[in-house]
Design a protein around this ligand. Structure first.
Ligand code: 13P
Length: 252
């Protein structure tokens, strides 16, 4: 099955509304119309609406970086799926290692969020990945399988076919230390194999698996050339429109 590549820029906690608007305006100009890959930007909540106004008529799509699992309620500081859809979001990142590490998001919480998101039109982008210690102890595969098992839980094959997975080795995030194409392909292959065993070969072959961790203009092409790498979740290099546009072009 041919999977359309998806390149997403996770802006994390960067950019005011004005900065966000400027970045997507530049990005639109650099990319032009008729994109050959899916291009997604993930601004902080505070800039979602501002970015949506700029990209409304373009093919660039919008994602949020997190969401709550309830429809509404007394949950100070949280946002709901309906609020994200109302801002024009099509995707939401879940289980990013920074949320797991700094905000103690457990697999149980991530599982609840995925379940909620799948009742809406939003597409969850589930992040998994091992730490340096886990890789050095040769536990990477076990850790990733454990995350998939716990985060996806008892989803049906139809539900699972709607998700996107992002493999983000923690040791490669923000370190400039990218996984080699061989390491990344190896893990992506294992993830697809796990999905095939859990659901079906057909479901597994349709699910996009993105790589994240120090993706830059000069390493994007080699990573994207790997059989099971279907796109990228780009952090630092997505903050600058020129470098993000180059990554998009290298991936087409
Ligand atoms: P960097 O590209 O800055 O390593 O960040 C990757 C990431 O965490 C994307 O979600």
């Amino acid at each position: 099955m041919s999977r359309r590549p998806l390149i997403a820029g996770n802006w994390k906690m960067f950019k005011t509304r004005g900065e966000a608007r400027d970045t997507v305006e530049q990005l639109q100009q650099l990319l032009g119309p008729s994109l050959s890959v899916d291009v997604v930007v993930c601004p902080p909540f505070s800039a979602l609406s501002a970015v949506e106004e700029v990209i409304r008529e373009s093919e660039i799509q919008l994602a949020a970086q997190n969401v709550h699992w309830e429809d509404e309620g007394a949950f100070t500081g949280e946002v709901s799926t309906a609020m994200l859809s109302d801002c024009g979001c099509r995707y939401v990142i879940l289980g990013h290692s920074e949320r797991r590490q700094f905000f103690h998001e457990s697999d149980a919480v991530i599982h609840r969020k995925i379940g909620k998101v799948l009742t809406t039109e939003l597409t969850p982008v589930l992040c998994v990945g091992e730490s340096l210690e886990e890789r050095e102890a040769e536990r990477a595969n076990e850790v990733i399988h454990g995350q998939l098992e716990a985060d996806l839980g008892e989803l049906t094959a139809t539900e699972a076919s709607r998700i996107i997975v992002a493999y983000e080795p923690i040791w490669a995030i923000g370190t400039g230390k990218t996984a080699t194409p061989e390491i990344a392909q190896n893990v992506h292959g294992l993830i697809r194999h796990w999905l095939g065993g859990r659901y079906s070969a057909q479901v597994a072959s349709g699910i996009r698996i993105l790589y994240g961790g120090s993706v830059k203009p000069d390493n994007a092409r080699e990573l994207m050339a790997q059989e099971d790498i279907d796109g990228a979740l780009v952090g630092g290099a997505s903050l600058d429109a020129h470098s993000f546009a180059t990554i998009v072009k290298e991936s087409g």
